[in-house]
Design a protein around this ligand. Sequence first.
Ligand code: MTE
Ligand code: CO
Length: 423
Amino acid sequence: MSDSAKRNQPSRRQFLSGAAAAGAGAVTAAAAQAASPDPLITEVQEWASATGEGVDATPYGLPVRFENDVVRRNVEWLTADTISSINFTPIHALDGTITPQGCAFERHHSGAIELSKADYRLMINGLVDTPLVFTYADLERFPRENRVHFCECAANTGMEWAGAQLNGVQFTHGMIHNMEYSGVPLRTLLEEAGVQPEGKWVYVEGADASSNGRSIPIEKALDDVLVAFKANGEALRKEHGYPVRLVVPGWEGNMWVKWLRRVEVMDGPVESREETSKYTDTLADGTSRKWTWVMDAKSVITSPSPQAPITHGPGPLVITGLAWSGRGHVTGVDVSTDGGINWTPARLAAPGTDKALTRFYLDHDWDGGEMLLQARARDSSGYVQPTKAQLREVRGENSIYHNNCIQTWWINGKGEAENVEVS
Ligand code: MTE
Ligand code: CO
């Protein structure tokens, strides 16, 4: 850095004390502090005048009450009841990439069931040399792997096809979570049973009433599918499939069978079941795309956004969001503040990893004016996230599933955000 450039940079000390308030870059309420002493600094506070809670007050901790609004939410009109329904991850309020289980979206077809480890059985049958039944304790004896992956429902952003509809990133993009799973590769269990040469597919089903049966090609089953029993270090929550769920990296959420109870090796997919009829995408001409399992690259700005408006004036503004791809890892994210005319590469908090969320930041100097904020992800296959217009050209407006288009937030001079479309 040259000397003159250095002089224009506020020092870290200036930044923190607010001494640089006159220039761009000040982040403290320096003027207010100078005018009247801040009692939060000058007075002994209540919380420092007495002791706090003892160590046994909360054997299993919950977030502090000030964070009570960081919760899953559903959209009441979306489904007839909450049993066969969905709620959404509050991604506007989270940072980093790992989704705490307690606020990770849920999608059930017949409600979340309670199934104990003692009552748990996993059967492998069909075109195998030896049909097998595993108890939970059996599964724990196989070599384990730890992997971080996102799970995105194919319906995520599904309400946005025809126009900007839901005013919050939690609702437009919150059918996604990203956890560190511990489990046994499905390959290990299939090898234990011995897949016969005619075995080309597996049919996987859960123990709940809906069973959520799905067919998966054997190549994927033998590749990176995990039979998982821990998420983010602890047991799966009931709503995420306790005690065992399937993790199908990069593929749509409906294949991630919860309360996994059976894997049948077959010579073809189960055609009559809903996965081949329901999970297709209707195109503009009325024809359908079939077996669209992989989740294409996608990104979204989580803050600022309608539920996370800018609450300060012009100057430093952290623009942040999430990017992911089911085809590999995120290689870059570009951010636009003018609706896609100019793009600036964002900073990835860490290099993108395979089929997992990537956090990005753009450390912006906001002039206080209106913005049309967009993010655009690129992945290791060379794919670039499309605009809404580009996606509609190919897929029309009749689709529900697999909407991975670029999202736009309109930010007004007050820092409030709204879900909009740009042409
Ligand atoms: N597995 C069973 N057994 N029952 C279900 O209803 N829903 C599927 C999938 N696995 C489902 C299931 C769908 S559509 C999705 S998107 C994911 O689970 C959601 O996983 P989550 O509830 O942990 O977010
Ligand atoms: Co789903």
